[in-house]
Design a protein around this ligand. Structure first.
Ligand code: SAM
Length: 230
């Protein structure tokens, strides 16, 4: 007897505000056999808020091959699984791509991988930035060392809007590099989106750096950086 294969749902979750979750996402999280979480403790906060008691299992960048094989085996046995990350859309600068790739490779076209769309910091920032979204390039996180300078040169010469993610630790360094390479570009920074201290800061790289220097409490948080072409 052939068991029907399970479905792998890629479920977007809030990037801050716990109300930002779709009805479909909540239903899927309730109905699946197991939720694969980047960090089970983070996801539990969301699950508790919505009274969801589905079993959770950790799956993150450190997942071993054997853990991945076990997950693929669960799908083979007909288990429905939901993959979530700590915030936003899984697989977008977040773990999950290898799982989807390997599961598809091993289980072939019988495997259904179903996106459950919802928040992503990239789209949230761009949507409220006032910058044209007709064409843009998303760079994810910039490399810390190798290739970093080259990328800043590419950003400076780009004819398209360039967007990337940045962390508390590197935001000032990144602004300094933008002053060096793209002094006359307009940039928009979306910070702490959907959270209590959400803000957008825009101007030349120098103006934005000055703002964060004067308001150094604002250097903390999560950032999306949007650079307009010259
Ligand atoms: N998968 C997520 C998504 O769909 O947006 C992105 C995860 S990535 C590991 C985390 C980065 O996304 C943060 O360092 C920050 O650059 C950006 N980010 C996530 N939440 C954010 C928020 N609420 N406000 C601004 N940026 C955010």
């Amino acid at each position: 007897m052939n068991l029907e294969m399970g479905t792998l749902y890629i479920v977007a979750t809030p990037i801050g505000n716990l109300e930002d979750i779709t009805l479909r996402a909540l239903r899927i999280l309730k109905e699946v056999d197991t939720i694969l979480c980047e960090d089970t403790r983070t996801t539990k906060v969301l699950l508790n808020r919505y009274d969801i008691h589905t079993k959770t299992l950790s799956y993150n960048a450190h997942a071993t091959d054997s853990k991945e094989s076990n997950i693929i085996q669960m799908l083979k046995e007909g288990k429905n699984l939901a993959l979530v990350s700590d915030a936003g859309t899984p697989c977008i600068s977040d773990p999950g791509v290898m799982l989807v790739y390997n599961a598809k490779k091993e289980l072939g076209t019988d495997l259904k991988v179903v996106p459950i769309p919802g928040p992503s910091a990239l789209v949230s920032a761009l949507s409220a930035s006032g910058v044209s979204s007709a064409e843009f390039v998303f760079l994810g996180f910039l490399p810390h060392k190798k290739g970093r300078e080259t990328l800043f040169k590419e950003i400076a010469n780009s004819k398209r809007v360039m967007i990337f993610y940045e962390s508390t630790h590197r935001i000032m360094k990144t602004l300094a590099s933008l002053i060096e390479h793209s002094p006359s570009s307009k940039i928009v920074i979306g910070r702490e989106l959907t959270k209590q201290f959400e803000q957008f800061v825009e101007g030349s790289p120098e103006e934005v750096l000055n703002y964060f220097t004067l308001n150094n409490d604002k250097q903390r948080g999560e950032f999306v950086v949007i650079v307009e072409p010259k």
